[in-house]
Design a protein around this ligand. Structure first.
Ligand code: ATP
Ligand code: MG
Length: 572
């Protein structure tokens, strides 16, 4: 390709509304343009990178036995009503009516459509397992679209769905996808971690998120510095504290005038927050529930929601707290509180702790779970911090930022049951399909790769997903010899099967260097003054800044070798 003929509208300055580096650089490098909030045009360079990702995804999915198809983007509401998600999905689902007044939506995901397809066309265990995927534009009316391709409203996703006849078969398929995903992200040249993710009511380790490690990530992941333990915040656990076996002391009511916050109460009582149990009120599917936690711990709401098997939970406001308990916030405690109570497991390890006295300006000392109050449920409902220890090996935990680029999930029979999708097993019995779903954020991967690989001058694309492998700069289009050499080198690269772009614009070298750094093609070849002097060209490696000089004749072989090496390294 020729730079002079391509649509690469580079910009000197970052547009003001771009917050993260990938967004800024993709706009500046002429990879994308914004059409509306969360909606972008992919320009030739952006699309080339996306196509590279798609190819890797297709190759690995096909190798793993999945088949590609393409489902409609517009979906009728009936199917969503059948699954129950027409009500549940909320405002992210863009709904509309057509000229015949038929309700429809733009597909944010395709469980309904694929399950409908399979229930109508596959009827026997002999047809199973089957794994189907597509690469398609999705629409989610995200509440806060931001960061360019990272969180768009319209974006490209690979979504795959598997149908198995048996539990063990479904688990095998899940494992195959797990392996394929590791290969896909390695082949993309990304540093990533697969982390245990929340699988809701399904349980077990049947949900993993694939996180590209980058400081700007929106997600936090918990990893152990000693062993392979890795989980996202919703799922992460910590080693439980040893139980305190101290003698139980007598319960004691104590005046704590105006002391409502944990820190203020603890300062006043001269204790540390790990000697206090705080009581929070949550509204759980419309009903108030008291949630007990050690003073220095915070609630992890997804864990709480799972423990309570609830559809919706939220913290109660002050009025709701008072209406439910008759006690102002700040003085609540579990003893004598007449509503449902759940406790974090760490509360069960404590002895002689402080609690609110359920009376304004009073707390209690020396409360004990076994003696002073009863609870309805206990479990892990707290957020892990860097002060915690690994649940597997008790090593130190580390919190890192990541960008979710993929998610695999064993769905079980939730969709096949709601949509009545069945097959006949070998005994002739009617059974629900056991499903799995597997997503990859194709357009997000390109943004994540840039978040992970850039410097002050621009993007640094990993070779396997770079729009081009090499960029040849003709540094003097007015000089016939230089132009001839640059063109010959470009042609030779193409002949060698190298994806090359030549900057043949009538521009100063400084501008060409700047644009080349910005666009981030892994290899750059300068054909300029040194060629005129002694027939040399320079190959600059974008990631290291290293510059190698070669005779123009030797350059094509060297370029080929460097490309192959980079693809090979990224393949490991
Ligand atoms: P997130 O928590 O980031 O909103 P999600 O859990 O909603 O993601 P899934 O429904 O699992 O995402 O979708 C599969 C993949 O699609 C995600 O792993 C992510 O890479 C990508 N993705 C999801 N939402 C967006 C978006 N708004 N823009 C770009 N990519 C997205
Ligand atoms: Mg989402």
């Amino acid at each position: 390709m020729r730079f002079s003929k391509m649509l690469i509208p580079t910009l000197k300055e970052s547009p003001a509304d771009a917050e993260v580096v990938s967004h800024k650089l993709m706009l500046r490098g002429g990879y994308i343009r914004k059409l509306a909030s969360g909606i972008y045009s992919y320009l030739p360079l952006g699309l080339a990178a996306i196509r590279k990702v798609e190819k890797i995804v297709q190759e690995e999915m096909n190798l793993a036995g999945a088949q590609e198809l393409l489902l409609p983007m517009v979906q009728p509401s009936d199917l969503w009503k059948e699954s129950g998600r027409w009500q549940k999905y909320g405002a992210e689902l863009l709904r509309f009516t057509d000229r015949h007044d038929r309700e429809s939506c733009l597909g944010p995901t395709h469980e309904e459509v694929i399950t409908d397809l399979v229930r109508k066309n596959l009827h026997s265990y002999r047809d199973l397992p089957i794994n189907l995927y597509q690469i398609q534009t999705k629409f989610r009316d995200e509440i806060r679209p931001r960061f360019g391709l990272m969180r768009g409203r319209e974006f490209i996703m690979k979504d795959g769905y598997s149908f198995d006849a048996t539990e063990s078969g479904a688990e095998e398929t899940y494992e195959k996808m797990n392996v394929a995903y590791h290969k896909i992200f390695s082949r993309c040249g990304l540093k990533f971690r697969a982390v245990d993710a929340d699988s809701g009511t399904i349980g077990g380790s049947f949900s993993h998120e694939f996180m590209v490690l980058a400081d700007t990530g929106e997600d936090t992941i918990v990893t152990c510095r000693n062993c392979s333990y890795a989980a996202n915040m919703e799922k992460a656990q910590a080693a439980i504290s040893p139980s305190d076996n101290a003698e139980m002391k007598d319960l004691e009511k104590i005046e704590t005038p105006g002391k409502r916050k944990v820190v203020a109460v603890c300062d006043f009582l001269n204790i540390t927050p790990d000697k206090l149990v705080k009581t929070l009120i949550y509204i759980v599917d419309g009903t108030p529930v008291a949630v007990l936690l050690r003073g220095d711990h915070e609630v992890q709401e997804v864990k709480l929601q799972n423990l309570l098997n609830a559809d919706e939970i939220r913290l109660a406001d002050d009025k709701e707290v008072f209406d439910a308990t008759g006690v102002p916030t700040g003085y609540l405690g579990p003893a004598g509180l007449g509503i449902k109570k759940v406790a974090d497991q760490e509360v069960g390890q404590m002895r002689n702790f402080a609690i609110g006295a359920n009376e304004k300006n009073y707390h209690m000392l020396n409360a004990n779970l076994e003696r002073d109050f009863e609870i309805d449920a206990i479990g892990d409902i707290r957020t892990v911090t860097e002060q915690d220890l690994c649940p597997k090996c008790a090593g130190p935990l580390e919190l890192t930022k990541g960008i979710e680029v993929g998610h695999i999930f064993k769905l079980g029979t939730s969709y096949s049951e709601s949509l009545k999708a069945t097959f006949l097993d070998s005994q002739g019995e009617e059974k629900y399909f056991i499903m799995g779903c597997y997503g990859i954020g194709v357009s997000r991967i390109v943004a994540a790769a840039i978040e992970q690989n850039h410097d002050k001058d621009g993007m640094i694309f990993p070779m396997p997903i770079a729009p081009f492998q090499v960029m040849i700069l003709n540094l003097s289009t007015k000089d016939e010899d230089i132009t001839h050499a640059a063109e010959a080198l470009y042609q030779k690269c193409l002949d060698n099967g190298i994806e090359a772009i030549i900057d043949d614009r009538d521009e100063r070298p400084g501008i060409k260097f700047k644009d080349a750094d910005l666009i981030g093609i892994p290899l750059r070849v300068n054909v300029g003054k040194n060629f005129s002097k002694d027939g040399q060209v320079e190959i600059k490696i974008r990631s290291t800044g290293e510059t190698l000089s070669f005779s123009a004749d030797d350059a094509p072989e060297k370029i080929k070798k460097l490309v192959e090496e980079a693809l090979h390294i990224d393949n490991l």
